[in-house]
Write a protein that binds this ligand. Structure first.
Ligand code: CUA
Length: 181
């Protein structure tokens, strides 16, 4: 019998399992289980994937919360757009807006302190990408994503949008400052 001719017996699938075939099914199944359990293992011990939370929100509610921290904790403004740089208290909730085509405001965090960084889109899908750390979060409209972050090294990080969001997608970049306290 060859693969391009019809099988001689029409009920070809009712044959006893060959030993080699059985062995390969067992190997493939065992490997599937290894990969399956590697996912939670790697999540916990590999420090690989973020444990983020997501809640429903609206642009109005979210921008109000963002405006509150901007009003309270702005330390300076940057670029000709006068984007506020916000230095919130260590350990607090910080808010970042993604919108066409801007991240607003800029954040200044302290090294070694843990923050709950909230992310939400005001219009459509954007991607929060922190470089060079390679932290990626899809920012969906209608949702407030919360990522618990502890910056470990002072410096200036770049935030870029890594979901194509229109004509100025490439210009949707910002900075994240991490300072020593
Ligand atoms: Cu926002 Cu691409």
């Amino acid at each position: 019998m060859s693969a391009i001719e019809s099988p001689v017996s029409r009920v070809w699938w009712k044959q006893p399992l060959d030993r080699v075939e059985g062995a390969w099914i067992a190997i493939a199944f065992a490997w599937c289980l290894v990969l399956f359990f590697m996912m939670p293992y790697w999540h916990v011990y590999g420090k690989q994937n973020l444990s983020n939370e997501a809640y429903r929100t609206t642009p109005e509610r979210y921008s109000q919360k963002t405006q509150e921290i901007v009003d309270k904790y702005t330390v300076r403004t940057e670029t000709e757009l006068k984007i506020p740089v916000v230095h919130p208290p260590a350990g607090s909730d910080v808010y970042l807006i993604a919108r066409l085509w801007q991240w607003w405001p800029m954040l200044e965090l302290e090294e070694g302190k843990t923050y709950r960084v909230h992310l939400a889109s005001m219009d459509w899908l954007h991607g929060f990408s922190l470089q060079p750390e390679n932290i990626n979060v899809e920012v969906h409209p209608g949702y407030e994503h919360v990522v618990t972050m502890t910056p470990t090294k002072a410096g200036v990080y770049s935030i870029i949008c890594n979901e194509y969001c229109g004509i100025n997608h490439h210009a949707m970049a910002s900075k994240l400052y991490v300072v020593k306290k």
